[in-house]
Each structure stands twice: as structure tokens, then as C-alpha cells.
Design a protein around this ligand. Structure first.
Ligand code: NAD
Length: 250
């Protein structure tokens, strides 16, 4: 089997300058794809592009107009960009709630709307939505994130049904806690919201519900994304792959 099975394919990865997105950029580039990464952070995007050979696009994906400037003619769309806000509902800022829905549900919809037609013309495509265990389970103090990820799961399934006849699959990847900046940034917020010390957050909050007592690495998530892009994964669609260390098995 060739080590560059995605040679000739083009991918678009949102939030590709850091964490899971960057790991996907690296994995898809290594598999031979031409990769476009989109990120709001210009410095990190430049470093990521230099490091991986990808093409960097700097854009704020909460702005619907920004989507219009991105490549539409791609074979693989990875909807990954995401943010978190931890607060009880009564204190949750409504503008923050709206921005999270925009970035994590509406932007994936706009990108599917933009990218699916070229995939349909070619009769091959992959839409991969980086959801979360929070796409199928709730946790307190994450109203916007849990609502957005549940919305993304629904959107992914509708895309799967519509795209199947065109050789295009749509799936969610649902990690538990991944060792990224997004998780590291939650430690102080979680400690404050739950009234527990910061050192207890990893053991009690992040790993309390998993059978495997470690965080998952970004490269482990990217390996599944890369596999979803293979022809061998062509019959898997409308699914949600739980990379959650057994969380949802309990
Ligand atoms: P991260 O913070 O390391 O990376 C997110 C990237 O998105 C950053 O490079 C950031 O600059 C970019 N971004 C943020 N807002 C943006 C905007 N408005 N426009 C364009 N780019 C923007 O986060 P991560 O942990 O790698 O998370 C990536 C995805 O994985 C998210 O959708 C997240 O919900 C999901 N996820 C993460 C975990 C985890 O534990 N880290 C678990 C499950 C799911």
C-alpha cells in the first residue's frame, strides 16, 4: 500500500494552526494531500503552514463573509475550529453563546454548502466534523459547547443522507479530553466553577468518567481522521466515532 494514499486530494482544515486541527493538517499532508488550513491566529497559522507544507488562510470563522474567501474546490473538509466557555447558564454571556453556535454549527454548515458541490461533481468526498463526547453527552457549565456539538452531530447526519448518492461521506469524530491548549485553558475555569483545586480538575473532571485514565493525544485523533479519508472507510457515514476512552460505554 502506498504511504501517500491521499496524493491528488485537496483538504480544508479549520482551526488548523493548533491542537487537533494542526495534527490533522500534519497527518493529511503526510498522506499526500494538498492541505489548506484556516485559522484566526496569523502567527500560529504561518508556523503551522511552514511546518507542514500547507497553505495558510487567516480568517475569523465567526464571520460568515470569511467563508466566501476560502477554497470551495476541495475533496476533504475537516470542520474543527472550536472554542469553549465554562459558566453556569444563569451567568453565561448570551453573546458568547451566539458566537459559539456561529463558529461551531453555522460555519460548518456554510462550509458544507460551499464545498459539497465540487465533491458531488467528482463523485468523491469526505466531510469530517470534529465533534466531542459532548456531542452525545452533557456536562454542567458548558451550555453553549454542548448545544453546539449536539447541533453539529445532527448537521453531520443530514449531510450523510444527502451526500451518500454522490460518493461523499459525513461523519463525526467524538474525542474525550485531548491534550491541547483548549483543555489546558479550562483548568482554572473548571476549578472556579466547581469550587475544587486546579490539581483535582484533571483527575475528577477530565478523567472521572473515562475507563482509560489519560488524556488522548491530538495525533491519535488525526489518525482516525486520516483513516476516514481512505477508500476503505467509504461505507461509514452518518456515524460518530467515540474516541473517549470508554466514557460513553459506561
Ligand atoms: P485548540 O484551541 O488547540 O485549537 C483550536 C484552533 O481553532 C486554534 O488554532 C484557534 O486559533 C482556532 N480558532 C478559534 N477560534 C477561531 C475562529 N473564530 N476562526 C478561526 N479559527 C479559530 O483546540 P483543540 O482542542 O485542538 O480543539 C479543536 C476541536 O476539537 C474543537 O472543535 C473542539 O471542540 C474539539 N474537541 C476538543 C477536545 C479537547 O479535549 N481538546 C475534545 C473534544 C473535541
Amino acid at each position: 500500500m502506498t504511504s501517500t494514499p491521499l496524493q491528488g486530494r485537496t483538504a480544508l482544515v479549520t482551526g488548523g494552526a493548533s491542537g487537533i486541527g494542526l495534527a490533522c493538517v500534519r497527518a493529511l499532508s503526510a498522506a499526500g494531500a494538498k492541505v489548506h488550513l484556516v485559522d484566526i491566529d496569523p502567527a500560529a497559522a504561518a508556523v503551522a503552514a511552514e511546518d507542514s507544507g500547507a497553505v495558510a488562510h487567516v480568517a475569523d470563522l465567526t464571520d460568515p463573509a470569511a467563508v466566501d474567501g476560502l477554497p470551495a474546490d476541495v475533496d476533504i473538509l475537516v470542520n474543527n475550529a472550536g472554542i469553549q466557555h465554562v459558566a453556569p447558564i444563569q451567568d453565561f454571556p448570551p453573546e458568547r453563546f451566539a458566537a459559539i453556535q456561529q463558529l461551531m454549527v453555522t460555519t460548518p454548515f456554510l462550509l458544507m454548502r460551499r464545498c459539497l458541490p465540487a465533491m458531488y461533481v467528482r463523485g468523491w468526498g469526505r466531510v469530517i466534523n470534529i465533534s466531542s463526547v459532548h456531542g452525545v453527552r452533557a456536562s454542567p457549565h458548558k451550555a453553549a459547547y454542548v448545544a453546539a456539538k449536539h447541533g453539529l452531530e445532527g448537521l453531520s447526519k443530514v449531510a450523510a443522507l444527502e451526500a451518500a448518492a454522490h460518493g461523499v461521506t459525513s461523519n463525526c469524530v467524538d474525542p474525550g479530553y485531548v491534550r491541547t491548549a483548549l483543555v489546558e485553558g479550562q483548568v482554572a475555569d473548571q476549578a472556579r466553577a466547581r469550587g475544587i483545586p486546579e490539581h483535582a480538575v484533571v483527575d475528577e473532571v477530565f478523567l472521572g468518567r473515562t475507563a482509560i485514565k489519560r488524556l488522548i493525544e491530538p495525533a491519535e485523533v488525526a489518525a482516525v481522521v486520516r483513516w476516514l479519508c481512505s477508500d476503505e472507510a467509504g461505507y461509514l457515514t452518518g456515524a460518530s466515532i467515540p474516541l473517549d476512552g470508554g466514557w460513553t460505554a459506561s
